[in-house]
Design a protein around this ligand. Structure first.
Ligand SMILES: [Zn+2]
Length: 263
């Protein structure tokens, strides 16, 4: 049995543990590297034994060792989701290991985008623009970006930059169109920059697919809320989580690029 995806999942869970810190601190403009992990309730530092991804939360039955207060189930869920994503991406892209690792890092960043936008209705530039720069950096290893018959490294860099620019334009057009139709901001600046980040990894078609999938998921969620009577027609729904989900889905290349117009 090939155990490489399991090793990737293990690293993924550690990355998820770091992402929990990012999700908590980035919107508060706190450093994500220091101080070390602290209890969200009493602020006491957490020892490494109590900071093992998923396991520690289960062993401590969801309570802090320091003060006994409840630790949100979101922490182990983020770690488990990042582990699953990393393992699955390795299973899919293990033949191009640099891209498999980079895609796992990018998908984790998308998960952080989703949860931060969910909490705060904002997408930090560190994540959206960071995604664009990272996409540019690893573009020579990116199987989504064609290096041509001679395998020239600069062609993928060019496609990546073009994808980011066109993703930005696509987002800008959607934002302007949405504002003209709904007379309010339906698609914010953070979403536009996120589309640029997605475009740097999967080109304009990938950004477009993420937009289509995200709109589909967002509509299903919005309609479900309306039907359950849990939200009114004018209640805002963050779009980032759905856009991020669409983009993460795209990293598995399950749909032909350009879906649904290019089946
Ligand atoms: Zn505590």
């Amino acid at each position: 049995m090939d155990c490489a995806p399991l090793v990737a999942a293990l690293f993924g869970s550690l990355y998820g543990s770091f992402l929990n810190v990012v999700i908590h601190r980035l919107p508060r403009e706190e450093s994500v590297v220091s101080p070390r992990s602290r209890c969200p309730h009493c602020g006491k530092p957490i020892g490494w034994r109590d900071n093992l991804p998923v396991l520690s939360w289960l062993l401590l039955r969801g309570k802090g060792r320091c003060c006994g207060k409840k630790i949100s189930v979101r922490y182990p869920l983020v770690e488990a989701a990042t582990a699953l994503l990393a393992g699955a991406l390795w299973a899919k892209w293990g033949a191009t290991p640099v891209f498999a690792a980079a895609a796992a890092i990018a998908c984790g960043a998308l998960l952080a985008v989703a949860l931060i936008d969910w909490d705060t209705f904002l997408i930090p530039d560190e994540l959206s623009i960071g995604l664009a720069l990272a996409g540019l950096l690893v573009s020579p290893f990116n199987p989504y970006l064609d290096a041509g018959p001679f395998g020239a490294w600069y062609l993928p860099v060019f496609w990546s930059a073009r994808g980011a620019a066109l993703g930005f334009l696509l987002g800008w057009a959607v934002a302007a169109g949405g504002e003209a139709i709904f007379k309010k901001e339906a698609f914010g600046g953070g979403d536009v920059k996120l589309l640029a980040g997605i475009g740097a990894w999967t080109g304009l078609t990938g950004a477009f697919d993420a937009l289509m999938l995200g709109s589909l998921l967002g509509s299903v969620y919005g309609l479900a809320l309306l039907r359950a009577g849990k939200a009114g027609r004018s209640d805002p729904i963050p779009f980032g989580p759905f856009l991020a989900a669409g983009a993460a889905f795209n990293f598995f290349k399950l749909l032909p690029l350009g879906w649904p117009f290019n089946p």
